[in-house]
Design a protein around this ligand. Structure first.
Ligand code: DX5
Ligand code: ZN
Length: 231
């Protein structure tokens, strides 16, 4: 059985000048995780922020009883685990493509008191993460090419989610299965039916025509509703 549904707003789509206010609104709407996308300009062609930003945001998230979900789109993530753990990250997710010692780094994340997440680019074969699944607390299926918000959900992600959910179950693991990229109310239910239980959403929450708390609630509600029947 899949673990509980969680909504993880990604601040990549937020107004950085009003970050405190917008994160607070997402938390008011019942966000379970706040998803922080760390990009180094090398692993992906974009640069965002580092441990100082995570340290500034973490107390706000923790006061609301939510968790800080850090997605590391960086080269050599192993060097930065202590700094991000110290900054208050509850979950540290590394990319299989940029990590030379997967098992050692996943174990190191746990040693630093965070939950260990493992992810892969949409084109990376699932085989690349199989060995890491028993060592992870969260598996993240990227449903867009990492580096930018606002892209369309890649439909091949459905079969990848189903297969990863099977592998998690076969490993006897209770890891979260997270999905990131192009998630909105109209595809949320099908994504959950494919086995995901953590939905990351940037654009559909922070750039929604709805107030931010309502956008979080709408996504959660949509994820729980039966998907439209295709005849
Ligand atoms: C992409 C990031 C995502 C991004 C998702 O590299 O990992 O977390 O913020 O954005 P949306 O929801 O706009 O596709
Ligand atoms: Zn992300």
């Amino acid at each position: 059985m899949s673990p509980q549904l969680k909504i993880a707003p990604s601040i990549l789509a937020a107004d950085f000048l009003r970050l405190e206010e917008q994160i607070s609104l997402a938390l008011e709407g019942g966000a379970d995780y706040i998803h922080l996308d760390v990009m180094d300009g090398r692993f992906v062609r974009n640069i965002t922020f580092g441990p100082a930003m995570v340290a500034a945001i973490s107390p706000l998230v923790h006061r609301a009883g939510a968790q800080v979900d850090v997605h590391l789109m960086i080269e050599s993530p192993e060097y930065f685990i202590p700094a991000f753990a110290q900054a208050g990250a509850d979950i540290l997710t590394i990319h299989v493509e940029s990590c030379k010692d997967l098992a050692g780094t996943l174990k190191g994340i746990r040693v630093h008191g965070a939950r260990a997440g493992l992810t892969l680019r949409p084109k990376t074969p699932l085989l690349a993460v199989t060995a890491g699944i028993p060592l992870a607390d969260l598996i993240l299926v990227m449903s867009v090419e990492p580096g930018q918000g606002g892209q369309n959900f890649l439909p091949e992600s459905f079969t990848r989610l189903k297969r990863i959910r099977e592998l998690i179950d076969e490993a006897g693991n209770r890891a979260d299965l997270e999905v990131d990229g192009g998630i909105q109310a109209d595809n949320a239910r099908a994504i959950v039916e494919a086995g995901a239980n953590v939905l990351v959403a940037g654009t559909s929450i922070f750039k929604s025509p709805l107030p931010i708390p309502d956008a979080v609630r709408a996504l959660r509600q949509a994820a729980g509703l039966p998907s439209p029947t295709v005849s």
